[in-house]
Design a binder for this molecule. Structure first.
Ligand code: ATP
Ligand code: MG
Length: 424
């Protein structure tokens, strides 16, 4: 019996890992241009952390968490809560009042697996903590957009405001009153949500719920003067940075901690999985976790969805590793020196491959092709006796004698020289 991976947990095979590395490198590069520093947290946290931050009545906490109930711990479903826990625990704000942090890693949610939706998935997560200015919101959103742009991905940006603890409760009351009037027309989930998490009804994907909420009151009309001002300033700042966006008053987020600005990077290319990334402000979160009264804003992008989108939109499949040189040692005398030569080349930073099987030249050249070697150095016993090898350019298939005189260290230097000059 073969043992297979768990449903919703996926291997990332060498063929596609190049794309993942490219996304991660580009993300790190851009995040660092914006002054973010990397932080890495454990996968497991106390369950309480997520219940208190994400919220008890959210889908994530209600039904998606991988929890070890007897131990009171949970595999993180997202990164923001963990970052805030670490931020508070280590008093990071004491060193630097505004912290810009990012992390990249796996998250776990028990959802129905499908294209772009897994149970172990990966996020690029960026946070700016300790700054309230609307320009910060715009800067963070612009950073997300820059990543999309530099990966050649077309996404649309939607923006909303969810208000604050001043203006949201009265809005919620008005919304519940509205939903109760037409509760019979809502789906079963939304009937329940009307009382547990009414904002969620606004972004239900079912057509009849959608139609019904068209006439629902809008949070944007209910914003208090401060939230209204903030939202306007964010829009002005985004326009100043030349970042196009649309306002979507039905956008709510699945996590309770959001306040004011929320946003999503959306695509129509991934079926039901519309969001490539999403985020927002969380001005009360740090305090509610026992930390200082600092605000923050962040986003998380799904690596699987970015990778899928690249396949569909850009398909610039980055080639996997290309070896600089393949050493084809053909005789029993040459294997020893060639293995040391390969070792010395690797020490000198060269990607060197070697075959110890003593197979035929044809078989070894085939292998050199498979590992995409730029050159193959062919060394048979006879050539070795003449202190010579044959250097084959794998692209042009040209071959020329290559002197293997002096010590192995000297031969290594000669090869290095040769590889260097041919790259130019
Ligand atoms: P969705 O509405 O698609 O469930 P979400 O609102 O639950 O997304 P967030 O918690 O905001 O997602 O996470 C941010 C990003 O992480 C999403 O935009 C998406 O790209 C990615 N993501 C979330 N859940 C999954 C998952 N189960 N599989 C793959 N990627 C995911
Ligand atoms: Mg979700």
């Amino acid at each position: 019996m073969k043992i297979q991976a768990i449903n919703g947990f996926k291997d990332i095979l060498p063929d596609s890992v190049g794309r993942w590395q490219l996304i991660e490198q580009r993300a790190r590069d851009i995040f660092e241009r914006f002054g973010l520093q990397e932080i890495r947290m454990p996968i497991l946290e106390k369950t309480e952390l997520f219940v208190r931050s994400i919220g008890e009545a959210t889908d994530v906490v209600e039904k998606e968490m991988y929890t070890f109930a007897d131990k009171g711990i949970t595999m993180r479903p997202e990164a923001t809560a963990s970052i805030m826990r670490a931020f508070i625990e280590h008093g990071l704000h004491v060193q630097q009042p505004v912290q810009r942090l990012y992390t990249i890693g796996p998250m776990f949610r028990h959802e129905r697996p499908q294209m772009g939706r897994l149970r172990q998935f990966h996020q690029l997560d960026a946070e700016i903590i300790g700054a309230v200015e609307p320009r910060i919101d715009a800067e963070l959103i612009a950073m997300g957009q820059m990543l999309m742009d530099e990966l050649d991905l077309t996404v649309s940006l939607e923006l909303n405001s969810l208000g604050c603890p001043e203006c949201r409760p009265p809005f919620k009351t008005a919304l519940v009153a509205f939903l109760e009037q037409s509760i019979e027309g809502l789906c079963e989930d939304c009937k329940r949500r009307t009382h547990t998490n009414p904002l969620r009804v606004l972004d239900c994907k079912k057509p009849h719920c959608r139609a019904l909420v068209q006439d629902a009151p809008s949070m944007l009309d209910a914003l208090c003067p401060e939230c209204d001002h903030h939202f306007r300033e964010v829009q002005t700042a985004l326009q100043a940075l030349q970042i196009p966006f649309q306002i979507n008053r039905f956008m709510v987020r699945g996590l309770d901690y959001y306040t004011r600005t929320t946003f999503e990077f959306l695509t129509t290319d991934l079926g039901a999985q519309a969001a490539v990334g999403a985020g927002g402000r969380y001005d009360g979160l740090i305090q509610s976790l026992g930390g200082p009264a600092l605000s923050g804003i962040g986003f998380a992008m799904g690596l699987e969805r970015i990778a899928l989108l690249m396949e569909q939109q850009a398909d610039s499949q980055p080639a996997g590793t290309v070896m600089d040189i393949f050493l084809a040692a053909l005789g029993s005398d040459t294997l020893g020196p060639c293995s040391l030569l390969a070792h010395l080349l690797r020490k000198a930073g060269i990607k060197a491959a070697i075959d110890y099987s003593g197979r035929s030249l044809k078989a070894q050249l085939k292998q050199a092709g498979r590992v995409r070697a730029r050159f193959t150095l062919i060394v048979g016993d006879e050539e070795w006796a003449r202190q010579e090898g044959i250097l084959r350019n794998m692209h042009t298939q040209e071959q020329q004698p290559f002197a293997l005189s002096g010590s192995l260290e000297q031969q290594c230097l000669q090869l290095l020289q040769c590889l260097k000059t041919t790259t130019k």
